[in-house]
Design a protein around this ligand. Structure first.
Ligand code: GLU
Length: 315
């Protein structure tokens, strides 16, 4: 069931683990434009599920950077807006719990007692992206799970033998053999932390997101996410995965590319100069000119976006 609601809702879902850079704000701008172009709503969801790496200070700085750029959100963020929010995943655990219970009662899950080391020892990293496919050690046999009272288990999805098809507005139609590419993914870690794949599906549905716009490094995640949505009877959003902004060496920007992080950018440029630069990377203007996000709404077209996985800066 593809979500065909005419009321567009897109979202920006940063993990608060550091300062944003050109790559993150490129994604944020495109996602914002998808909403604004269609008279829709743009929401901000702080994905702070990883207790070790997430910090509220970073979430605050992300909000400040978005405000400075003129990318205003209608729902969510740390405080919430209108009747909605806050949208902090750490506060939404009851929703994930309810979704997990529903998968559990439909026998789509099983407890897994393996440690990371157990799994790594049995399986070579998956060739395409280093992902480790779980070898199925704890899979139930004849409907019975192997018990182990020594430690609390992770919960895995009993991956059905199936091929998931999905469509991305840039990459087109894609299909994924779930057993080969993903295997029995974790839904909740043994330490209780919720898996990204489950939380995103639950939140996108609860927040009525119609359009998921994000970097194309997450294109592969459409397959498990649309499968989980289908198992939960939730609508599948439209997908738009935008090219990744890379440094001159062709490597996706990271915290090491200091010059392209928001603190350096804010020290050197005005918001209009940065938005103009992003607009030119998006193929909306021929050369970087000074622009506000609002001025881009009229000229934004998804079809102008470069049809490639990477945009190299400085070339
Ligand atoms: N929180 C993820 C990130 O910052 C993005 C998740 C998503 O957009 O689905 O990389």
């Amino acid at each position: 069931m593809i979500n065909t609601s005419s009321h567009i809702v897109s979202r920006f879902a940063p993990s608060p683990t550091g300062r944003m850079h050109m790559g993150n704000i490129f994604t944020a701008l495109i996602s914002w434009l998808v909403a604004r172009k269609n008279g829709g709503r743009w929401l901000l969801r702080i994905e702070d599920l990883d207790p070790q790496r997430s910090r509220l200070e970073y979430a605050k700085i992300i909000e400040d950077d978005l405000n400075w750029l003129g990318l205003d959100w209608d729902e969510g963020g740390i405080e919430g807006k209108g009747d909605n929010g806050p949208y902090l995943q750490s506060l939404r655990q009851d929703f994930y719990e309810a979704a997990l219970s529903s998968l559990q009662s439909a026998d789509y899950t099983y407890p897994c007692y393996c440690t990371k080391a157990d799994i790594a020892a049995t399986q070579a990293p998956h060739a395409s992206d280093g992902r480790i496919i779980y070898p199925g050690t704890c899979r139930p046999v004849n409907g019975k799970s192997s018990g182990n009272t020594q430690r609390s288990p992770a919960v895995r999805l009993l991956m059905p033998e199936c091929c998931v098809e999905f469509e991305d507005m840039i990459a087109g139609k894609l299909h994924t053999d779930m057993a080969v590419e993903w295997g029995d993914i974790v839904l909740r870690r043994a330490d209780g932390a919720w898996a990204y794949q489950l939380a995103v599906v639950v939140d996108d549905a609860a927040m009525k997101v119609t359009d998921v716009v994000r970097g194309c490094d997450l294109l592969g995640s459409c397959a498990p996410q649309s499968l989980i949505a289908q198992l939960l009877g939730l609508p599948v959003p439209r997908y738009l995965h935008v090219p990744l902004i890379c440094n001159e060496a062709g490597v996706r920007l990271s915290k090491r590319d200091r010059a392209l992080a928001m603190d350096s950018l804010r020290a050197k440029y005005s918001p209009r100069e940065i938005i103009g630069q992003l607009a030119s990377l998006a193929g909306l203007v021929d050369s970087p000119v000074s622009l506000s996000p609002d001025e881009l709404v009229g000229i934004f077209e998804v079809s102008s976006l470069p049809k490639k996985e990477k945009i190299l800066l400085g070339k």
